[in-house]
Design a binder for this molecule. Sequence first.
Ligand SMILES: NC(=O)c1ccc[n+]([C@@H]2O[C@H](COP(=O)([O-])OP(=O)(O)OC[C@H]3O[C@@H](n4cnc5c(N)ncnc54)[C@H](O)[C@@H]3O)[C@@H](O)[C@H]2O)c1
Length: 266
Amino acid sequence: MSRLLGKVALVTGAGSIGPGWGNGKAMSTLFAREGAQVFAVDINAAAAEETRSIIDDECGTCATFAADVSKSDDVERAVNACLAAFGRIDILVNNVGVVRLGGVVELSEEDWDRANAINLKSVFLTCKHVIPHMLARKSGSVINISSIAAIRYTGIDYASYYATKGAMLSLTRGVALRYAGSGLRANCILPGLMDTPLVYADVARAYDSQEDQAVIKAKRDAMCPTGHMGDAWDVAYAALYLASDEAKYVTGTELVVDGGITAKFT
Ligand SMILES: NC(=O)c1ccc[n+]([C@@H]2O[C@H](COP(=O)([O-])OP(=O)(O)OC[C@H]3O[C@@H](n4cnc5c(N)ncnc54)[C@H](O)[C@@H]3O)[C@@H](O)[C@H]2O)c1
């Protein structure tokens, strides 16, 4: 239980949008179990607090910070608060992501801009403010939570999600290569169809808002080669590997965690 001992992890979207385990909540909890001090950032202070109380109950270390990661000032304040609390940042997880349904015709310009600000600009902002501190210590792991929507059409009409999740891959490669000789690593995780609270909130409308959770779950399970969706822990264990020194030669890559769904019809 010490794969991240002595490390500090800043996780964005560290709460979850509803009851159960979101990816950010699971990553934060798993990182703390493995010895990291976790700085849990979320726009919803209560959601971040819930994550902190889980970690507290397990005798881990977690501090929270309320911030909108699409806003430069908020990100700068969060990074400074993390440094004040824990003195360093070894791991940066960009987990915040929202779904705005609609193709290019239906989507409002406002929703396009908001999705870009939350899903993509936030990654630029956190990297901008965190990487100088990583460079000073010649060490750091940046983990960006993208999606298989970056590399496949998932059947859902969400143009801004495809665009932002795809751009995350290129941005991550750019960061990885720019700093490969400076002790920094940057990688993406591409989750497939995961059973997290997000699915029953933002994504649910794509299936049919009349349908209950059991029907949505059954539909998504049936799309997966394994017969069921993955969960937040599948993402968390992939992130744990990329965060740890076990991945010291892994940078600029994309780790697909999807139960084989993208391999199905390639
Ligand atoms: N669930 C899936 O099937 C799936 C699949 C592929 C990728 N993903 C990605 O995984 C990531 C996390 O998903 P999740 O299911 O854990 O989501 P979630 O919605 O449960 O949790 C995300 C957290 O981010 C917070 N948040 C939202 N906007 C914010 C902002 N502007 N600033 C700070 N915090 C903000 C929310 O309050 C919430 O607590 C997302 O990037 C999502 O795109 C999910």
